[in-house]
Design a protein around this ligand. Structure first.
Ligand SMILES: Cc1ncc(COP(=O)(O)O)c(C=O)c1O
Length: 389
């Protein structure tokens, strides 16, 4: 048997056989979603005011333990505001992993700043604390912080990302960041339900963001939340994402230039139904992951990607890794799976190679380059472990 056919048959052994293609991560939309959405429609509050929005924020505070959770229209704008609140200004530089979705870099650009790319760590797939230390050590200490001597820009924030839901080595990253006096903003877009030592991802930095995009473990259609424990930043997150309007029964007075980034109530209604079911989703995803881990244990040349030691991952996207990185072999496995109706996908193209970002600064990115050439994400819909539900 070729590696490609073994790859396909191992996935099939876990997810079963079907005539229809099996998606990577398909949302489960059922009666509860319809009920809450109808309730929202009947209320006529379909836009940026309505009862479901504060309910969703309260539920997210409960789940994450964050003091403040502010609902926004998508994760990308949430990350932009999270960086803005942490002090990122036009002309600054922000350290991010090169192995991430484009939104991490774009959110930096939307702040008027530019990214500086660092490498990943094999064990977490996320930002390497060692690579971060090398990058920060190469910058100069100036009054008020750190400056990249090559570009002359201030280093305003560090944005680690929890890749595929697997927690990054956040304690080590926060330690390095604190040593150099740079705030951490967590891109926890993919990691709702992922914990480090019992603490939810997205709550370690000064601010953080979780996405509710349609492909995430919980969806609002489009949406996200900004997380923070800081009361003033929590207040500003809400104020700035709701046009900075001063509370008044009829006057339209706004005290700064701000955004209309509020999550609509209609989306929050969908999200509340999903959040009611989220404990089951999380359980199903972890069971699915353990089935894949067991099935791939017997395949040589490939290994299942486990949660990092000391963490609990939501396994947003389960993934396997080629023992020897090779884009050619990776793509042969991808093609075989697609032909067999399994909609697997590779990692994102590395950010430093995306045309908008080729001019940005970076350190050595060899681990990320290998990860890009060796990882394949495999079907991860919770319902694939439906026998549990
Ligand atoms: C790592 C990462 N950052 C940011 C985002 C942006 O979130 P959204 O799609 O909700 O804008 C996503 C996902 O979509 C993501 O995977």
């Amino acid at each position: 048997m070729t590696l490609a056919s073994e790859f396909v048959s191992t996935i099939r052994g876990v997810v079963g056989h079907s005539d229809e293609a099996i998606g990577l991560h398909v949302p489960e939309i059922g009666e509860l979603e319809k009920k809450y959405i109808l309730e929202c429609l009947d209320s006529t509050f379909v836009s940026s005011v309505g009862a479901f929005i504060p309910k969703l924020e309260a539920r997210m505070q409960e789940i994450t333990g964050a003091k403040h959770a502010v609902a926004v229209s998508n994760g990308t704008v949430g990350l932009q505001v999270a960086m803005f609140l942490a002090g990122v200004e036009p002309g600054d530089e922000v350290v991010i992993p090169t192995l991430s979705f484009i939104a991490t870099a774009n959110a930096v650009s939307h702040c008027g700043a530019v990214p500086y790319f660092v490498d990943s760590e094999e064990s977490t797939l996320g930002m390497s604390p060692a690579a971060l230390r090398i990058a920060l050590s190469s910058f100069e200490k100036v009054s008020g912080g750190l400056r990249n001597p090559v570009t002359g820009r201030r280093i305003a924030a560090i944005v680690p990302m929890h890749t595929l839901g697997h927690p990054v080595n956040i304690h080590a990253i926060c330690e390095v960041a604190a040593e150099f006096g740079v705030p951490v903003v967590e891109d926890a877009a993919e990691s709702l339900g992922s914990f480090v030592g019992g603490r939810h991802t997205g709550t370690f930095g000064l601010t953080g963001m979780i996405s509710f995009n349609g492909n995430k473990i919980v969806t609002t259609g489009g949406g996200g939340v900004i997380l923070t424990d800081d009361d003033e930043l929590g207040r500003r997150a809400k104020h700035l994402t709701t046009t900075a309007k001063l509370a008044h029964k009829w006057e339209f007075e706004h005290d700064e230039v701000a955004w209309n980034y509020r999550m609509p109530n209609l989306n929050a209604a969908l999200g509340m139904a999903q959040l009611d079911k989220y404990p089951r989703y999380l359980q199903q995803k972890r069971v699915l992951a353990s089935r894949y881990a067991e099935a791939f244990a017997g395949v040589s040349g490939l290994s299942f990607v486990p949660e990092p030691a000391g963490t609990s991952s939501n396994y947003w996207l389960c993934a396997v890794r080629l023992d020897s990185p090779s884009l050619e072999v990776r793509d042969s496995l991808m093609s075989a799976a697609h032909e067999a109706g399994l909609l697997v996908r590779p990692m994102w193209n590395l950010l430093h190679q995306q045309r908008m970002y080729t001019g940005a600064g970076r350190g050595d990115v060899s681990v990320a380059t290998d990860l890009h050439a060796s990882l394949i994400c495999i079907p991860s819909t919770p319902a694939l472990a439906a026998d549990l539900g």
